[in-house]
Design a protein around this ligand. Structure first.
Ligand code: GUN
Length: 287
């Protein structure tokens, strides 16, 4: 058996084409172009690549994607003032502060300062709280992208065992809760594993759906995957001059039932979901 490749790239193109039509309809009715304002501090090369692809995706969807670029030496106060200005700017509907931030910046203070109505990343505690209570204002982009892949490929989640490897605020924690909640592409039994989990391989082997989000290149090997399982690889790790996921893709491919490639799996959906949130932000702000 060889696994079905879960093609996030082509799925994201479909989503973005549909979204471009919705943006056009919204703009022709309201006269407003949805505007995502990104803030990039420093010159981390991976972040610079993400920001450029976000700008391009905004343009292609008929939205405005602006970027405020700040030096690596920026202080928390200076960044706070940029965030406050974007909060106050009625022409800005969505705000994204690219992570990671340089060490001297207090990231929690910055993310807490983003107006929750413009928080298209869904990082603000108010939006995280709403999500936890299953009444989301926004869905976080990477977890939402994972749900879109599962839905598009009709991968059953109800009653199935999902193992999430990684407990980050961006992916591990929110995807675990979103899949455990009542709702479409949810209703799963979820286990969260992390660096202190005992016998991680044995728990992973019980997964019907295994989500790798730990940021360690090729950490999930063939011995950790049940035959026929769905494997979702959230990792994007640079090894030498190429990108690899958190899953040893070639080794797992003959065992899994389905698997996301890296690149071309979850990543493209994250950007598509960010655009979706920006359109909803504009809709909510315009009323
Ligand atoms: N850095 C890596 N992933 C993300 C993300 O989803 N949002 C932001 N703002 N920064 C990131």
């Amino acid at each position: 058996m060889t696994a079905t490749i879960l093609d996030g790239k082509s799925l994201s193109l479909q989503v973005r084409t549909q979204l471009a039509q919705e943006v056009q309809a919204f703009t022709s009715l309201s006269g407003i172009v949805p505007h995502l304002a990104a803030v990039l501090v420093g010159d981390d090369p991976a972040s610079a690549v993400y920001i450029r692809s976000k700008e391009k995706a905004c343009r292609e969807a008929g939205m405005l994607g602006s970027v405020t670029r700040l030096p690596a030496t920026t202080t928390t106060q200076e960044l706070l003032s940029v965030v406050h200005n974007l909060n106050a700017d009625q022409g800005v509907h969505g705000i994204l502060v690219q992570l990671p931030l340089p060490a001297q910046i207090d990231a929690v203070t910055i993310l807490d300062a983003v107006d929750p109505a413009k928080d298209v990343d869904c990082f603000h505690p108010e939006n995280v709280g709403l999500l936890m209570q299953n009444r989301p204002r926004y869905l976080p982009c990477t977890p939402h992208g994972i749900q879109q892949i599962l839905a598009a490929y009709k991968i059953e989640t109800t009653g199935r065992h999902v193992v999430v490897v990684g407990r980050s605020d961006i992916v591990g924690k929110p995807i675990a809760m979103m899949l455990a909640q009542k709702g479409p592409t949810a209703n799963a039994t979820v286990t969260i594993c992390h660096s202190a989990t005992s016998d991680l391989p044995a728990i992973c082997r019980t997964a019907d759906i295994l989500i790798a989000a730990i940021g360690k290149p090729q950490f999930i090997d063939a011995s950790m995957v049940k035959a026929g399982a769905c494997v979702i690889d959230v990792g994007i790790n640079r090894v030498g001059d190429h990108l690899v996921g958190d899953v040893a893709y070639a080794d797992v491919l003959p065992i899994a039932g389905s698997i996301t490639p890296v690149p071309g799996g979850v990543g493209p959906l994250t950007i598509a979901m960010l655009l979706k949130n920006t359109l909803s932000a504009a809709r909510m702000q315009v009323g």
